[in-house]
Design a protein around this ligand. Structure first.
Ligand code: NAD
Length: 540
């Protein structure tokens, strides 16, 4: 271990400053930033054993991906206040152990956005102008000018799937190339889209109309194989697709078939289902440009990550709040005891709603009713609800600390209100999601266990667990039977059934608990039934 040179120069003055350990190579600028307030020790070769031995003296540690901040390290660190990852993923940090110890874990999620957006443009240009294959050909001593006729980006339509941090940066860059931009992102607000001057459309419209499609969504169960055979079928034969997000969002086998058969014209890939790709037939195709997951690899991204986390550590040492905290705040035990029963209910309500919500979410309204309305620290429940709603749709982990900030950054309106009347219960939580064209609400109580008692104003009585199928239908004879029969045809066993209606023969809601997951094609079949106008499967 050595004391960093900058620190050496002024060592006499800073002997009593708090100690921060930099355990992996980070950009010098971050170190300089930190030295204003801390006694910085750099040891980028530190071993696991050494780290466990020395960590007791440090209030902060900065790592990239080499150093593992394990439970053992955390438990040997009584002074540690902050663990900073100079980058995005925190797989090398035991966040739960840190949370238990009240140690903040921070990262630098924005540090790579511009870098990845630029790489995306690089891949787009490379396919459009056949740069990679032309390069290879010239280096082989050929001069095949006519073989490498390209296309201009000017005037072409770029379809962006996922308009978060990176997608938004791609927008500004693509605009400067004179491209028309359409976006598919069911979770962005109208305001956020208007601010970037893009048109938000459905996935099919993006697939049908884009000359180039670029993907910037996280890999989640919802986005796994988001682009497969059916989606390629809809695309223009001249279309290109680019993936700088995560392998697995595009079905590689279907991509290969689409490229081979001429169904689409080209692809640019920085990420693969298996990395590094082994025996991957896509690598044999001339109309595919590939890079080895280097979308985020620039010195500027690394510099920015170092500066961002150094500022975060500085904030914590100076007693102010960091921005990108990934773990939970410490709640005092007394408050925790009164509010804790509602943790699980809030989790279930949020988780339920994000699975049934439709369209671009603009507002999330939470109402606390009855006795609960008077309890302190209810904002923690709102945070849990936000965490459950936002986590499945965002790349960065959303947690109790950062949930409100993430929601605000995405332009969501969050309201929290109190109501005396709890509809005959002691306490009740109502959560409503307002989207562009629809509103959906769910209300729940906690009596020994969480229960959903109202869905969109229809009375139900459901334990929120397992797989549920929710259908909206017109309350006419035969409809319930038809739904049951259809599920039976697919061997889906109904465990319990609840129906809620406001008036005879009017709109009604059915909640079925089923023993197996309900596949999407079964849901589509249910929606085709007479008098059924919506159906959705929810897994809790
Ligand atoms: P982000 O969380 O800021 O944005 C993700 C966006 O996707 C959000 O706007 C969200 O609303 C949207 N989204 C979520 N589910 C969706 C769905 N089913 N359909 C359409 N839109 C959906 O994330 P980011 O920082 O912009 O990162 C985007 C992707 O880039 C991630 O997969 C990330 O892992 C990847 N990434 C790759 C590299 C690389 O080296 N190639 C580097 C950094 C990030």
């Amino acid at each position: 271990m050595y004391v960093h040179q900058y620190q050496k120069k002024i060592k006499g003055e800073i002997m009593d400053k708090m100690k921060v350990l930099i355990a992996d190579q980070i950009n010098e600028k971050g170190i300089i930033e930190l030295e204003e307030v801390a006694d910085v020790v750099v040891d980028t070769d530190i071993t696991k054993e050494e780290l466990v031995n020395v960590i007791k003296d440090f209030v902060g540690i900065i790592v990239r991906s080499r150093t593992k901040v394990t439970r053992e390290v955390i438990e040997a660190a009584p002074k540690l206040k902050i663990i900073a990852r100079a980058g995005v993923g925190v797989d090398n940090v035991d966040v739960s152990a840190a949370t238990e110890k009240g140690i903040m874990v921070v990262n630098a999620p924005e540090s790579t956005s511009i870098t990845v957006a630029e790489h995306t443009m690089g891949l787009i240009l490379s396919i459009a102008r056949k740069i990679a294959v032309a390069d290879k050909s010239v280096k082989e001593g050929k001069w095949e000018k006519s073989k490498f006729m390209g296309i201009e980006l000017n005037g072409k339509t770029l379809g962006i799937i996922g308009m978060g941090r990176i997608g938004s940066q791609v927008v500004t860059r693509a605009k400067s190339f004179g491209m028309e931009i359409i976006v598919y992102d069911p979770y962005i607000t109208k305001e956020a889209a208007a601010e970037l001057g893009v048109t938000v459309v459905d996935l099919e419209t993006v697939l049908r109309n884009s000359d180039i499609i670029t993907i910037h969504v996280p890999l989640t169960p919802e986005t796994k194989h988001l682009i497969s055979k059916d989606e390629f079928e809809i695309m223009k034969d001249s279309a290109f697709i680019v993936n700088c997000a995560r392998g697995g969002i595009i079905n590689e086998k279907d991509l290969y078939d689409a490229l081979e058969s001429g169904k689409i014209a080209g692809a640019g890939l920085d990420v693969f289902e298996v990395e590094p790709p082994v025996d991957n037939p896509l690598l044999n195709l001339d109309n595919v440009v590939v890079t080895p997951h280097i979308g985020a690899s620039t010195s500027e991204a690394q510099r920015d990550a170092a500066i961002i986390v150094a500022k975060e550590v500085k904030n914590v040492l100076e007693g102010s709040s960091p921005k990108n905290v990934l773990n939970m705040p410490v709640i005092d035990p007394k408050t925790l005891q009164t509010i804790k029963p509602y943790f699980e209910l809030s989790e279930k309500l949020g988780n339920f709603l994000i699975q049934v919500a439709k369209g671009n979410i603009n507002e999330i309204n939470v109402t606390y009713c009855g006795e609960l309305a008077e309890l302190p620290k209810k904002d923690i429940l709102t945070r849990i609800i936000l965490q459950e709603i936002l986590n499945p749709i965002l790349t960065e982990p959303v947690n109790l600390v950062n949930a409100p900030a993430v929601a605000e950054k995405r332009g969501l309106i969050i309201t929290e209100s109190k109501r005396k009347d709890a509809k005959g219960y002691n306490s009740l939580i109502k959560v409503e999601i307002v989207s562009k064209d629809s509103k959906i609400s769910v209300e729940g109580i906690f009596v020994k266990e969480p229960k959903i008692v109202m869905i969109n104003g229809y009375k139900v009585d459901v334990k929120p667990e397992g797989t549920m199928m929710i259908a909206k239908y017109t309350d006419l004879p035969g409809t319930i039977g038809a739904i049951g029969t259809k599920l039976g045809e697919y061997n889906i066993n109904i465990a319990t059934m609840q129906v809620g209606r406001k008036e005879l023969g009017g709109e009604a809601v059915m909640v079925l608990k089923v023993d197996e997951k309900v596949p999407k094609d079964v849901i589509d079949e249910l929606k085709k039934l007479e008098h059924v106008y919506d159906a959705v499967a929810v897994n809790l």
